[in-house]
Design a protein around this ligand. Structure first.
Ligand code: MG
Length: 272
């Protein structure tokens, strides 16, 4: 595939698309450089809320992929954006998550506190204005109890990404969507979701990089996150077979294109 469609923005999934289990996918660094040469802005578009943009850049660098922090778009940033539209500057936000969530909230000028079980019953919980829930494997039952009570009082919360399972080498771990389901069940409150496949994540990127839907392509290995997000946001989608391939169900989303890996994409340099 070349850039005959004149894309200006490429939303790139990371795990399974540019790297897999921490190892670069062959051809990925050269692919990112081809995008740049053809005037396509690469955006490292990740559902993982744990890493800060600088941390993502460092992982990409280990894979020999050059990137700048402002080319990284995380679900933690999208969550902070949702809060900016609903809250005043300096509002008090409780979060579950790692540095990626904390940094995104601080950069959006919120006061932040990590949810901690020893706060259960404390008066200051009444002053929390919003809750953001991302992944943190250190989280305890009591941490979630504190969060659940605040969510029940507020009647809303933001979930950075809805992934129910995290694929790992020997199987899976429960993902942020599973954690969100626990909180939803306990409170009766459904979250505002910012990650793929929710199309709001793509809309956030379009606004941030000032590019239209027609000029945007999303590339990823997961039909039910990357490709479905593209479909729901009316953005061209390309599925790569270099990641975790789930056997597609009958109602699986259908990508606009399917290729073995990013190595074959944007090959015709003469076009631009
Ligand atoms: Mg992936």
């Amino acid at each position: 595939m070349n850039n005959e469609k004149r894309f200006r923005l490429a939303l790139l999934d990371l795990d399974g698309t540019l790297w897999r289990d921490g190892v670069v996918i062959p051809g990925a660094p050269a692919f990112v450089e081809r995008l740049r040469r053809q005037g396509v802005q690469p955006v490292f578009f990740t559902n993982n809320s744990s890493r800060t943009p600088d941390e993502v850049v460092a992982v990409l660098a280990k894979c020999a992929i050059q990137a700048a922090a402002n080319e990284v778009c995380t679900t933690a940033q999208a969550a902070a954006h949702v809060l900016q539209q609903r809250l005043y500057k300096g509002a008090s936000v409780m979060y579950v998550g790692r540095d990626g969530v904390r940094t995104a909230l601080l950069e959006a000028d919120f006061m932040v506190r990590r949810a901690q079980g020893d706060a259960l019953g404390e008066a200051w919980l009444q002053d929390v204005d919003a809750v953001v829930v991302g992944m943190d494997q250190r989280v305890t039952y009591l941490d979630l109890a504190v969060v659940a009570r605040v969510i029940a009082r507020l009647g809303w919360f933001v979930l950075t990404n809805p992934d129910v399972r995290l694929p790992v080498e020997d199987g899976f771990l429960p993902g942020n969507g599973a954690q969100g389901a626990l909180l939803s069940t306990a409170t009766g409150v459904s979250p505002i979701v910012t990650g793929k496949p929710d199309p709001s994540f793509i809309d956030f990127a379009l606004q941030r990089y000032q590019v239209s839907r027609e000029e945007t392509v999303i590339i990823g290995d997961n039909l039910y996150t990357d490709i479905l997000a593209g479909q729901q946001a009316s953005v061209h989608s390309i599925m790569v077979r270099s990641g975790v391939v789930f056997p597609p169900a009958d109602d699986a989303p259908i990508p606009d294109e399917t290729v073995d890996s990013v190595d074959v994409l944007f090959r015709n340099e003469a076009v631009n």
